[in-house]
Design a protein around this ligand. Structure first.
Ligand SMILES: Cc1cc2nc3c(=O)[nH]c(=O)nc-3n(C[C@H](O)[C@H](O)[C@H](O)COP(=O)(O)OP(=O)(O)OC[C@H]3O[C@@H](n4cnc5c(N)ncnc54)[C@H](O)[C@@H]3O)c2cc1C
Length: 404
């Protein structure tokens, strides 16, 4: 077993670390300052555009896309340590490298299932970082962790599809640069096979009947840097039939294909978030004194730091094994491991960030450290892309099957 990164990964790691230190981390404060002055809080600040241009110039662009025709052509194992590094600044670095969710998953869907026309119109500007996109599946009225519950209708009328329904927590949709939605809904609600009822269609933002109703908050944050999370209502919005993605009734399968890579990318970045929290925790612990000795000398603090290091090393190994399996036996073959990391990583990292918050005292919940934002971002990942319990149920069933 060889634990070393290959030459290409090492070269990109070196470049990326230099970019993070020289550009991304210094831009974290500028980003907050510029956002406060924007006409609309959902606009993209200039500093983000500058980071994108610099990342592209340095060849740090579309690293997530294994398809060499469209992206960097890296394997999951090569991309994993790079995504981890971007996780150290999760609100800026993934966007700077054009590697941010939900665009990444949407680009993968278009690259894999899009028609030539769809690729030209939407994939090309997304790959160039000229526009953003959203993925609209979750609905407020139904338990959407079970995708068969989705109620939005996509009805064929002549040469068009008519979309009617209400979605929420649609990431990125508040940003005016978000020009296209991939919408999941039912074209065939009577189909006896509940996994063949859904389809996906492309709905441009400016389609009449598309209402961006309101921004959804995350623990009271607007989550501006993410492009927000919107409630979106489709009032009989009409799109040409050629906007169907893949085949009719194939939406469920596309959603499954989309979520595998998305889940591992989240876990990779979460490990970077944990590393940032450990670094902050250690710096604070050695620089503050309470009751006559540095906080770092308190036994309980040493326990937090040691446990965090052990947990991160365990998570990283499991994530790398999962990446390797996805590369060698495919996403289906890596199903159990993808679920295992999606269960283990967010909740463990939430705990590590929480300890770091505690160690910082009031500073931990303040705007002067990134910990509060990191905590909120990590906590949502116990829900997004499938709640923990759904993955636990499915993993346990597969495990039990061996004994039945
Ligand atoms: C910040 C954020 C961003 C998001 N971005 C997007 C996006 O861009 N696009 C999009 O479509 N959606 C998005 N989502 C929505 C997310 O994918 C859903 O919240 C998630 O799939 C759960 O669906 P639900 O909220 O309807 O919860 P429900 O389905 O109502 O589930 C609620 C709870 O019930 C429990 N539960 C459900 N099923 C089981 C089970 N089988 N066994 C045991 N317990 C169970 C779990 O504890 C679960 O958390 C986002 C969510 C957040 C918080």
């Amino acid at each position: 077993m060889d634990f070393a990164f290959d030459a290409r990964t090492e070269e990109l790691r070196t470049k990326l670390l230099a970019f993070m230190d020289g550009y991304v981390h210094p831009a974290e404060v500028t980003d907050h300052e510029q956002r406060a002055l924007l006409a609309s809080p959902w606009d993209t600040p200039q500093v983000v555009e500058d980071l994108k241009a610099e990342a592209r110039r340095r060849g740090l662009w579309n690293l997530f896309l294994p398809d060499a025709e469209y992206g960097a052509g890296l394997t999951n194992l090569q991309y994993a340590p790079l995504a981890e590094i971007t996780g150290r600044s999760p609100h800026l670095a993934p966007t700077a490298l054009n590697c941010a969710a939900p665009d990444t998953g949407n680009m993968e869907v278009l690259a894999q299932f899009g028609s030539d026309e769809q690729k030209k119109r939407w994939l090309e500007p997304l790959l160039a970082g000229e526009i953003r996109s959203a993925f609209a599946m979750t609905e407020p009225e139904v338990a959407s962790s079970d995708a068969t519950n989705i109620e939005t209708r996509i009805e064929r009328e002549g040469d068009e599809y008519v979309i009617t329904g209400r979605k929420w927590y649609i990431s990125g949709a508040m940003n005016p640069d978000c020009k296209i939605f991939i919408v999941m809904g039912k074209t065939d609600p009577a189909n006896a096979d509940v996994r063949r009822q859904q389809s996906m269609v492309l709905v441009p933002r400016d389609t009449p009947g598309v209402e961006i109703r309101r921004a959804m908050q995350v623990y009271g944050y607007e989550d501006h840097s993410h492009g927000g999370h919107a409630e979106v209502v489709f009032h009989g919005a009409r799109v040409p039939a050629s906007n169907l993605v893949g085949e009719e009734s194939g939406g469920f399968a596309i959603a499954q294909a989309r979520l595998g890579p998305g889940r591992i990318h989240h876990c990779m970045r979460l490990i970077g978030m944990a590393e940032r929290a450990i670094e902050l925790m250690c710096r604070r612990a050695v620089s503050r004194t309470a009751f006559g000795k540095p906080i770092a000398q308190q036994g309980v603090v040493q326990e937090w730091i040691a446990d965090a290091r052990v947990a991160v090393e365990q998570l990283r190994l499991l994530v790398l094994k999962t990446a390797w399996l996805m590369d060698t036996v495919g996403n289906r073959g890596a199903h159990t491991e993808i679920q295992a990391i999606k269960i283990a990583t967010p909740r463990t990292v939430v705990g590590i960030i929480d300890d770091a918050v505690q160690l910082h005292g009031a500073g931990g919940v303040s705007q002067d450290f990134p910990l509060a934002e990191l905590w909120a971002a990590a906590r949502t990942l116990r829900l997004a892309d499938g709640p923990d319990e759904v993955h636990q149920r499915s993993l346990a069933r597969r495990e039990l099957k061996k004994y039945l």
